[in-house]
Design a protein around this ligand. Structure first.
Ligand SMILES: [Zn+2]
Length: 416
């Protein structure tokens, strides 16, 4: 990690106190995330399951013409396992909802189609006007150093909008990031989805209307679909979002391997992490978005993955440090695709990344200024050993390989 010298670091995992979600390190040197993780070994998960069944009882629809709940899904991540739990264990009839983030890979589209088929489910896909999406990305990239604001905002607003218009009050999510990564809450709190957490943590403090009032390139017609519904509408319908991680022992590696074997979920060989099971639907999450995370916060997604594997007892801390130092220095791919799609030039993109890097270092009083994009990436020489770790511990089920000449897959809208 960058700049960790003046921050306390957890002696179990690799997180330090500068984690953007907030982490507390106790007198024994153990972080809140590691402490809350230990709850997983003492919780009576059968009792938790019974508590979940009780909680959702009133939401089961008696009508054959409505759904029991809404489930936000994508062509990646945990959607398959969530649906497995809902359909097989809880016998619920969900309506799937998906926000089209436009950075689609073939494999993500393939997984999403497969998901709908194997779980025999209806789906609504939100396709926001592509010009508005591009304007929002240009704005949030320049002003918030983020190309992913629209994805998070869309993924979290759309399910709530559909809950209200279709009168389906229960929304079911997988795990809560605040619990899984930093131990912000206990599993016993049974924390639910809130407007406040979404704004403060997911959206970096910026709701759709905050973008509108601050950055004048955007107009109301660009942002209104990203608005979280009114409190009055939410309470009239009684919308509630719950997290399955509070009721089932959450372990993404085991769960992903289960769906690879049982539901033919396909994975991808990421360059910037050993964890090949997630974010396979997006060209940018593990590339440009991940590099921005690294520049802004001093660590990238591979640290999240390594911390998780340490906590589950499958990776030693010393080995994890080496693995992270290798992967976070790997140069991101598909920047040319992003530039072509957004209509910007790659030299300008590199300069923007250099400026963000230098600005952040300046604010932190760090003298390390760079002039060349390659200076941000310091690749570890010991790459073979780290790639071997991935090969030995993770299944590569992919038949589809991403290609520099691929384009983002569009659906629901013609290319303008
Ligand atoms: Zn820790």
């Amino acid at each position: 990690m960058l700049n960790k010298s003046y921050k306390k670091t957890c002696k179990v995992c690799l997180y330090d106190e500068s984690h953007p979600l907030g982490i507390i390190i106790n007198e024994q040197g153990i972080c809140s995330g590691c402490l809350i993780h230990k709850e997983k070994d003492i919780i009576d998960w059968e009792e938790r399951f019974n508590s979940l069944e009780k909680n959702i009882k009133e939401y089961r629809s008696n009508s054959s013409t409505n759904y029991d709940c809404i489930v936000p899904v994508s062509g990646s991540g945990q959607s398959f396992y969530i649906l497995h739990l809902l359909k097989e264990k809880l016998k619920l009839n969900p309506l799937l909802v998906s926000y089209n983030h436009y950075f689609n890979t073939k494999i993500g589209i393939r997984n999403l189609s497969n998901l709908r088929t194997v779980f025999d489910s209806d789906i609504l896909i939100q396709n926001i006007n592509i010009q508005s999406v591009k304007k929002i990305i240009k704005t949030t990239f320049r002003e918030l150093n983020s190309i992913y604001w629209h994805v998070i905002a869309g993924q979290t607003a759309f399910p709530v909008q559909i809950a209200i218009t279709n009168k389906i009050p229960l929304i079911i999510w997988g795990a809560h990031q605040g619990i899984e990564q930093v131990g912000m809450f206990s599993h016993f709190d049974e924390v639910e989805m809130t407007r406040r957490y979404r704004k403060e943590h997911d959206l970096m403090g910026y709701e759709a209307d905050d973008l509108l009032s601050k950055f004048d390139i955007l107009k109301e017609e660009d942002i209104w679909r990203y608005r979280y519904p009114d409190e009055l509408d939410i309470s009239n319908i009684g919308v509630k979002g719950i997290y399955l991680g509070n009721y089932f022992r959450w372990d993404p590696k085991i769960q992903h391997e289960f769906v690879i074997k049982n539901y033919n979920y396909k994975t991808l060989n990421h360059e910037r992490t050993f964890y090949s099971y997630d974010h396979v639907d997006c060209f940018n999450y593990m590339n440009l978005h991940d590099i921005l995370k690294f520049i802004k916060h001093g660590f990238s997604k591979v640290t999240d993955h390594a911390c998780r594997e340490i906590r589950h007892g499958r990776l030693k801390r010393k080995e994890a440090e080496k693995i992270v130092s290798y992967y976070q220095g790997v140069k991101p791919k598909y920047l040319n695709l992003f530039c072509n799609w957004l209509g910007i030039n790659e030299v300008a993109l590199n300069q923007l990344l250099i400026n963000i890097y230098n600005d952040i270092n300046y604010k932190k009083n760090i003298k390390n200024r760079v002039r060349n994009i390659d200076d941000i990436f310091k690749n570890d020489k010991n790459s073979e050993k780290k790639e071997k770790y991935k090969k030995d511990n993770f299944i590569n089920s992919s038949e589809i390989v991403l290609n520099e000449n691929d384009e983002y897959i569009l659906f629901g809208k013609e290319y303008p």
